[in-house]
Design a protein around this ligand. Structure first.
Ligand code: B16
Ligand code: MG
Length: 212
């Protein structure tokens, strides 16, 4: 194999919680009287919760919110989002993703999660992968979110593998940039597909097998 480890983004790569994020943010935006749609939601990919809120508040006319009010709004969105996550089950893990992960494991690769989400462990447990990965680096162990590379550097450190021997799989351009900055090769999937900074384009999840 070309790499010793693969670091997977979670939302948009292993599973799809983007619609739940959308629904939870939409409800908050409606309450605030702020316009919000799927295109704006795409800008929230890989971005932290508080930074996502700032993007939504770009359309808030006139009103200036205090830090405390913003934290409260972000918490309100998160409670709604966590309610929606309860609907997830192992059926939300596709057979293709499961088979690909299992195959990569048989090849001796270390497999990690590198996600901006503070709910990463909850999501992994909902889809039955709570004990699958060799390391989990998520929104709880970082101070700077993608495109800063901290989340991937931590994942490599937890695995004990050098960044140059890791490949990152991402659906967010910010995540591809984060990998590039620290010399990690990257595979772009979904929304990030076609991004020129990515080392590989992955038309589907199992395309990883052509490059790993
Ligand atoms: P939370 P990823 C990211 O997950 C999502 O893409 C992004 O939309 C979200 O704002 C971020 O997690 C934080 O999520 O509110 O659950 O902490 O794509 O990096 O796995
Ligand atoms: Mg993502």
């Amino acid at each position: 194999m070309k790499y010793k480890a693969i670091i997977f983004d979670l939302d948009g790569v292993i599973c799809h919680t983007d619609h739940y994020h959308y629904l939870a943010w939409k409800q908050l935006a409606d309450k605030l009287g702020v316009y919000f749609d799927e295109t704006i939601n795409n800008r929230l990919r890989g971005v932290s919760r508080m930074e996502s809120l700032e993007i939504i508040l770009e359309r808030l006319d006139g009103r200036v919110l205090t830090k405390e009010e913003k934290v409260e709004l972000a918490e309100e969105k998160n409670e709604r989002y966590k309610e929606l996550l309860k609907k997830m089950s192992p059926q939300d893990l596709s057979q293709e993703v499961k088979d690909t992960l299992d195959f990569l494991r048989t090849q001796g690769l270390k497999l990690a999660i590198g996600s901006s989400s503070k709910n990463a462990r909850l999501i992994l447990s909902q889809i039955g992968l709570e004990n699958f990965f060799d390391a989990i680096s998520d929104g709880n162990n970082i101070t700077m979110s993608k495109p800063h590379p901290e989340v991937f550097l931590k994942a490599a450190e937890y695995l004990g593998i050098e960044p140059k021997d890791c490949m990152v799989v991402e659906d967010a351009k910010a995540g591809i940039e984060a990998a590039t900055v620290v010399g990690m090769d990257s595979g772009a999937i979904g929304d990030a597909c076609g991004y020129q900074l990515a080392t590989y384009d992955l038309p589907k999840f199992s395309s990883i097998l052509c490059f790993a």
